[in-house]
Design a protein. Structure first.
Length: 279
């Protein structure tokens, strides 16, 4: 059975909210063409969003078909049960015709039968079939948890942006996460492996005036944390404002969380003593 409608979930909005009005228009046209059985020509800048939608449509369609099949099987089973009950009642009625009008059997079968009262007035099957059935609505939401696929993709994207941000931090960016987001948006549609070779050529908008030697040491800390604990790495790249050098020590301007993460993942001995200015 083919549905005459499709669902667009509220949770779709966040992943596509950064698209322009023009991109959203092309995306919606592509979705409508897909739903009417045509194969749209999808441009690279919206292909990921389009695939998100198509994947969810396929999931919903498959679950809808499973639902309809279950309803069909349940209907057949119910019809068979009702047919068997009808045969029993008919057999009982035939036997009752030989009894007198005042027979207790006649009174029980025709007037006060629990079977009759239950089937006509209080049958759970009747109440559920008329009031609680989704069989008349082909837009049944068979995926109440919404778009698990999209959520997983969003988490994957956030992880990719953090990895890119670590490279932006090492390259001297004052705002590595924001810089990584701009880079990601510019290269959207590519995989992380395809993006990474171009990070070094990216023009960073705002750089720190940091000690090169100190940054080289700190880069090893960032990479170590990235391999072991992405959250700790994030604390470093977002919590370190600058790292300067004197003749005798390096001074790291950072948050307390960043200092703890640096101390935890400092795998190489620094060339100078390290001091912190906690902000």
């Amino acid at each position: 059975m083919s549905k005459e409608s499709f669902i667009i979930y509220k949770s779709f909005w966040k992943p596509i909210s950064r698209l322009s009005d023009e991109q959203l228009g092309r995306l919606f046209r592509a979705i409508c063409l897909y739903q009417t059985g045509e194969t749209p020509d999808v441009a690279d800048d919206i292909v990921i969003a389009y695939e998100f939608f198509v994947n969810q449509f396929n999931i919903d369609e498959r679950k809808y078909e499973e639902y309809i099949e279950a309803q069909r099987a349940s209907g057949k089973k119910g019809a068979s049960a009702r047919h068997d009950k009808t045969d029993d009642v008919n057999a009982e009625d035939e036997s009752d015709t030989d009894e007198s009008v005042g027979s207790p059997r006649v009174a029980k079968g025709r007037q006060g039968s629990p079977r009759v009262a239950k089937a006509c007035l209080g049958s759970p099957r009747v109440a559920k079939g008329r009031l609680g059935s989704h069989g008349l609505n082909d837009n049944v939401n068979v995926n109440d948890n919404n778009i698990i696929f999209l959520k997983e993709k969003e988490k994957e994207k956030e992880k990719d942006i953090l990895e890119i941000a670590s490279e932006m931090f090492v390259a001297g960016s004052k705002e590595p996460v924001e810089e990584a987001k701009r880079f990601y948006a510019y290269n959207e549609g590519k995989t992380l492996d395809e993006m990474m070779p171009y990070v070094s050529a990216w023009k960073i908008q705002s750089k720190r005036d940091a000690s090169p030697e100190a940054m080289k040491w700190l880069a090893h800390v960032v990479y170590k944390a990235r391999d072991v604990n992405l959250e700790a790495m994030e604390q470093i790249i977002t919590g370190v404002m600058n790292i300067t050098a004197t003749n005798s020590y390096w001074l790291i301007w950072c948050t307390g969380e960043a200092m703890k993460a640096i101390e935890a993942y400092a795998c190489e001995k620094p060339q100078k003593n390290v001091k912190y200015n906690i902000t």
